[in-house]
Design a protein around this ligand. Sequence first.
Ligand code: NZQ
Ligand code: ZN
Length: 386
Amino acid sequence: MNNFNFKNPTKIIFGKDTIEQLKNEIPEDAKVLLLYGGGSIKKNGIYDQVRTALANVSVIEFGGIPANPEYAVLMKALEVIKTENITYLLAVGGGSVIDGTKFLSAAALYEGNTPWDILKENIRTEKGLPFGTVLTLPATGSEMNSGAVITRAETKEKLAMGGPGLFPQFSILDPQVITSIPERQLANGLTDAFTHVLEQYMTYPTGALLQDRFAESILQTLVEVAPKVLKDPTDYKAASNFMWSCTMALNGLIQQGVPTDWAVHAIGHELTALFGIDHARTLAVIAPSHYKFNFEAKKEKLAQYGERVWNITEGSIDDKAYAAIEKTVDFFHKLGIDTKLSDYTKDYEGTAEKISQRFTDRGWLGLGEHQSLSPDKVEKIVKMAY
Ligand code: NZQ
Ligand code: ZN
């Protein structure tokens, strides 16, 4: 096991009817900016629960943060924060609203001229404006980590940011919120969380027995609850296990002491930036090709995953590893998620070259756990995913 430091300061308030506890978490003298997305919270009752809980606090609202939070929209929210002297941010939404709020938390205290530099120059945020979240969509883990991904339509870019100042102070996780989520987004959430675990697990063995089993148990739980969540989102047992699995998949715990990959996400973000494909679906497109292309380097962990998560007992390490990739593709298909780029766009020719060139321009010359995935290899992986 590798050495590690681990600190996660986010307070989690989990369970049925917990949104009312908001009133205990936000200082009474705060001036709050309530941030939300396209309006789902107004239809499903979450907005009313939040406003009731905040009855005694001064609140201004900013809605309309789109999926894949857009820089130009967020810059308008930044103006509100400055002109209204906002002291506290409250994100009510999924990964997009929470990520947008993290960007605003950083940008509000940023001293440079152009907040886009936080993303472009990968500036770590040590201190941000305080914020909390009410999660409405289990998927990204953003509710308990310090990362965010922001999109800029103007330049078709999607870049990540983060830093120790960007953990939410608290996150409220009421699994009942999933009852109004469309099936497509539930499938996305399952796929995203599943891939988060793979990114931190599918590398090479380092003797981190407990982390491996943490990771495998999250994968097993997602596989078990997936059909139940899709069939009946009011099934509380399935919903609560789904929600907690998504949070645990990316709150930093399972990556301690082990190498991590994250190439699938790096490549996937480009597919969202170029074609607007849902984040989770880009991962399902890239992951199978990535694991096939890097088969030799990853086959021991692939085989272990095959044995422990998919009960593959027959054959050599190579056989089990191949079968594990097939099982993963099958799992995505059962969720209704297509796994080829050509399933999403007819304009895929030239995409591999474009992504490879972007990575070269950004100096991303070696992705993955061995920092060996050069842009020419990325190009091959994307072509395999056509
Ligand atoms: O905008 P509204 O109207 O709220 O509708 C949203 C949106 O259309 C809807 N939705 C959310 N909760 C709902 C609901 N509809 C009905 N009932 C509810 N309870 O779902 C749609 C998608 O929401 P979004 O927030 O975009 O989804 P998700 O949580 O999957 O977030 C995706 C974003 O997170 C980033 C992705 O790149 C993408 O931009 N990620 C963030 C990460 C992080 N911060 O750690 C890691 C991830 O790998 C990922 O990159
Ligand atoms: Zn993801």
